[in-house]
Design a binder for this molecule. Sequence first.
Ligand code: ASP
Length: 335
Amino acid sequence: MTKIYIAYTGGTIGMKQTAHGWAPAPGYLAEQMAAMSELRHPSMPEYVIDEFDELLDSSNMIPSDWSRIARNIAAHYDAYDGFVVIHGTDTMAYTASALAFLLEGLDKPVVLTGSQIPLCEVRNDGRSNLVTSLLVAATQKIPEVTLCFGDRLVRGCRSVKVSADGFDAFDSPNFPPLGSVGVDIEIDWPLVRPAPAGGLKLDEIGHPIVGALRLFPGITAELARNVLQPPLQGLVLEAYGVGNAPERNAGFIAAIREAVTRGVVIVDCTQCLHGSVDLGDYSTGSVLARAGVISGYDMTVEAALTKLVYLFGRGLSPDDVKLQMQLDLRGELTR
Ligand code: ASP
């Protein structure tokens, strides 16, 4: 029988109402799942639930939690056919992106899911997300980190949370979904990456200092300088349109140039949901390229940020980080 390892990290799906609002409660998700007769159906896989010692609202997640999930998967890798990570929706796209980078050589399915309404509510999306994710992990041999939510299955390192309250809360704006969830679960196999040879290799990462800065009209040089101060190693610059910035703000551009000269890797991503950065298109973009900013192409901010953590976390030099940031490592960017 197919065996699935469930890493339960927290999130709305297993939450209970408390005096301060919804919060995860130890053992509660397992209790709810034990009462779901559909999980005992013969078509369902066998599963074990490994519950985090401290269940988290995903707003509390930090990069060491990504490493912890990756280590749990690696430790159980040979004994299971597939993996489901139950996670809060708020930062699920970051964790999905981070796991894609951390789990190098992955050749088994890892599916992240959660819900907008807890399982304990009569009307909820957790039930179907859970059943579908378990089935995907058990029956679809997708050698990738994916995110299964509502009506679609998307590549983890392309995922973005697009709705705070809708059931189809995640999208993959710059890459087609890997699958659709309707009457049938249909996988678009030509889009799925081939299983890499060599087996799983988990990279331990340190604690690099990276950040993100969203441009807005009126942003000052002083603000940029403050953000770019040492010990910052990498920054995702969320720029306008195809990657443009206020060229006429000489102080701002100087702050960027100075940081690049100090070795800070600045990656330009667009604030737009769809489309790619092209720093050669406008004078307001090429000014950044001349200052040493690199293009993030069509990477999501979530993928760019977690990729910086992954690369700097492995001790790569700024030049190597720059090089790798512009390469497609896990299907996260199109050039
Ligand atoms: N705040 C919750 C979390 O991200 C939201 C959810 O799970 O939907 O953990």
